[in-house]
Ligand binder design. Structure first.
Ligand code: PLP
Length: 380
C-alpha cells in the first residue's frame, strides 16, 4: 500500500497489506496455486521462486500478513497447529529439557508424553496457577532449553505473565515459545513481551470460520533455530496448501471485529452467570475475581478472549446433561469460529485428564449475546 508505514496494523490487515492485484486491479487478492516456477535461460530461479513447498505465492502472502500481525521477523504456515507446535519441539536435542504447563492443549501433552521420550528430550511440568514462582522452581538453568507456554491455557484459562516468563527463561539459558491461539494477536503480542516464538492453531480465530486446518509460527529473530524450523518444514513437507492460505487471508481481514465481538460476548456471558447457584464456578480471565486478572489486564489489550469454562453442579453427569440441553450452542470440539461451541472436556480427554469432570468449555461466537445467555440458562 503506498505510504503504508503510516497506517495501523489493524488497517493494513483489513487490506491484507496490499490486496489489490497489480495484474487485474482486483480488490480481492488472487489465489495463486502454482507449485512450480519457471527459471531463466541460465537455469537461475526468477524472483527467488523454485518450488511450492515453501515458496508458494499465496502461502508467502498469508505469511507476510501474519508476520505483521504478530510484529515478528518472519512467519511460517503449517498444515495444522500441531504441525507448527511439533516443528518447534523437534528443534530440541537429545538430553535437552523442556518445561511446559500441566494444563495445556491435550493433544500436545499427549504428543510430549508419547513421542517426546522417543525423541530423547525430558519434559518437566509446572502448575500455571502457581505463576512465575512455580515456573522458576521448575526451571533447570543450563538444562532447560525451551519453555513452552499456552496463554490463556486451554481450558482453565490460567494466565502466565509472559514478560516475566521470558526474563526467567532467558536468565536460565532457555528460549520462550508461547501458544497464543486463544489470545490472538488482536489481544496479546507475545514477541513484544519478550517471547522468542509465537505459535497459533490458525484453525481457530485466525481462520475463524471452522473451515481451515492451519498452524502458524512467528519468530522474533531469523536465527539458527528458526532456520532449523524452516528446514524441518521444507524436508517434512508440512506446509499449508495454497487454497487454505488464500482462505486464511480472507479470514484475517475480519479478525479484529470477530475477536472483539467474541470477547465482548464472552465477558457478558461470564458476568451474567458468575455467582449462579447452578454453577460451581465460572472460569474467565476477564472476571475481576479471576486469580490472574491483573496480569490479564496488563498483557491483553481490548478484551479477554472468547473462551470461558463453566463448572456445573452434578459432576460428570451434570456437565453431560447441560451440554445435551443446549439448543443453539453446538456440541462440537474446536473453538474460535463465528458460531458458539460447547464441549465436555473430561468426556473427550478420558480418565487420565487433569481437567475437572464438571467442566464445560465454551467457545463464544459472534451471535447476539442475549441468545447465548438464554440458551445456557435453559440448558442449566
Ligand atoms: N493449541 C491450542 C490452544 C489448541 O486449542 C489447539 C487445537 O484445539 C491446538 C494448539 C492444535 O491445533 P490444530 O488442531 O490446528 O492442530
Amino acid at each position: 500500500m503506498p505510504g503504508s508505514k503510516s497506517y495501523d496494523t489493524e488497517t493494513l490487515v483489513v487490506h491484507a497489506l496490499n490486496s489489490v492485484d497489480p495484474a487485474t486491479r482486483s480488490v480481492v487478492p488472487a489465489w495463486q496455486p502454482s507449485t512450480t516456477f519457471v527459471r531463466d535461460e541460465a537455469y537461475e530461479p526468477l524472483n527467488n521462486r523454485v518450488y511450492g513447498r515453501d515458496q508458494g505465492v499465496t502461502l508467502q502472502q498469508a505469511e507476510a500478513v501474519l508476520a505483521r500481525l504478530e510484529e515478528g521477523a518472519d512467519a511460517m504456515l503449517f498444515a495444522s497447529g500441531m504441525g507448527a507446535a511439533t516443528a518447534v519441539l523437534q528443534t530440541l536435542q537429545r538430553g535437552d529439557r523442556l518445561l511446559v504447563q500441566r494444563v495445556m492443549y491435550w493433544t500436545l501433552r499427549d504428543w510430549l508424553l508419547d513421542l517426546g521420550e522417543q525423541w530423547g528430550f525430558e519434559v518437566d511440568f509446572f502448575d500455571a496457577a502457581g505463576g512465575l514462582d512455580a515456573l522458576e522452581a521448575a526451571l533447570r538453568p543450563g538444562e532447560t532449553k525451551l519453555v513452552w507456554l499456552e496463554v490463556p491455557a486451554n481450558p482453565t484459562w490460567d494466565i502466565v505473565d509472559i514478560a516475566g516468563a521470558a526474563r526467567l527463561a532467558h536468565e536460565a539459558g532457555a528460549r520462550l515459545a508461547v501458544d497464543s491461539t486463544i489470545a490472538t494477536p488482536v489481544l496479546t503480542r507475545p514477541l513484544g513481551l519478550g517471547a522468542d516464538i509465537v505459535m497459533h492453531s490458525a484453525t481457530k480465530y485466525l481462520g475463524g470460520h471452522s473451515d481451515i486446518l492451519a498452524g502458524l509460527l512467528v519468530t522474533a529473530k531469523k536465527d539458527d533455530q528458526w532456520s532449523r524450523m524452516r528446514r524441518l518444514r521444507l524436508l517434512g513437507g508440512s506446509q499449508l496448501g495454497s487454497f487454505d492460505a488464500w482462505l486464511l487471508i480472507r479470514s484475517l481481514r475480519t479478525l479484529f471485529v470477530r475477536v472483539r465481538q467474541s470477547s465482548a460476548n464472552a465477558l457478558a456471558v461470564a458476568r451474567h452467570f458468575d455467582g449462579d447457584p447452578r454453577l460451581e464456578d465460572v472460569l474467565y480471565p476477564g472476571l475481576q475475581r479471576h486469580p490472574q486478572h491483573e496480569i490479564a489486564k496488563r498483557q491483553m489489550d481490548g478484551g479477554f478472549g472468547g473462551m470461558l469454562s463453566l463448572r456445573v453442579r452434578g459432576g460428570f453427569e451434570g456437565a453431560q446433561r447441560v451440554a445435551a440441553n443446549c439448543k443453539l450452542i453446538l456440541r462440537a470440539t474446536s473453538l474460535g469460529g463465528v458460531e458458539s461451541l460447547i464441549e465436555h472436556r473430561a468426556a473427550v480427554e478420558g480418565p487420565d485428564s487433569p481437567i475437572p469432570q464438571d467442566l464445560l468449555r465454551i467457545s463464544i461466537g459472534i451471535e447476539r449475546v442475549e441468545d447465548l445467555i438464554s440458551d445456557l440458562d435453559q440448558a442449566l
